[in-house]
Design a protein around this ligand. Structure first.
Ligand code: ZN
Length: 152
């Protein structure tokens, strides 16, 4: 019996580049390329449509860190422009590249958990399975209570 995966859990698993469904399989086969199916649980990831959203998020986050830092250094030390460029261009480049794939993983986890695009079929199947397992748990509980009543 599998527990339903919460939104935060799915996003975190995606951010750590693991399968949002099982948390064990790899979500990427190479840089920014999402696997078609999880190697562990066989969950289908072909419906993912992260598109440019991870890049927009990375630009927002990195921009809000780098620009204030650059301005603070400029205000405090007024270094020459070439030194500012030598520091902040590599910082921007490497932090963007480092955040891009985890951010894409988080977006795929978000799409998967909320049933966006063709993940709706997967979500419906998961809901049906969890309802079925809840019903079977209730049935087992009822059977157990009937047996205990029969013993009394
Ligand atoms: Zn998996």
């Amino acid at each position: 019996m599998t527990q339903p995966v919460s939104l935060a859990q799915a996003v975190l698993r995606g951010f750590t580049m693991r399968c949002p469904n099982c948390g064990k399989g790899h979500l990427f086969r190479r840089f920014l390329k999402v696997v078609d199916h999880c190697e562990v649980c066989d969950e289908d990831y072909t419906p993912q449509r992260a598109d440019d959203f991870p890049a927009y998020l990375v630009i927002v986050v990195v921009g809000h860190v780098v620009v204030p830092a650059l301005l603070a250094v400029e205000m405090a030390y007024a270094p020459p422009a070439w030194l500012q460029l030598a520091i902040w261009l590599p910082v921007t480049l490497f932090s963007s590249l480092a955040l891009l794939q985890p951010t894409k993983g988080a977006i795929v986890g978000l799409q998967w958990q909320t049933g966006m695009h063709d993940f709706a079929q997967s979500k419906n199947r998961r809901s049906a399975n969890s309802t079925r397992s809840t019903e079977s748990t209730k049935a087992n509980t009822n059977t157990t209570s009937l047996k205990s009543h029969a013993l009394i």
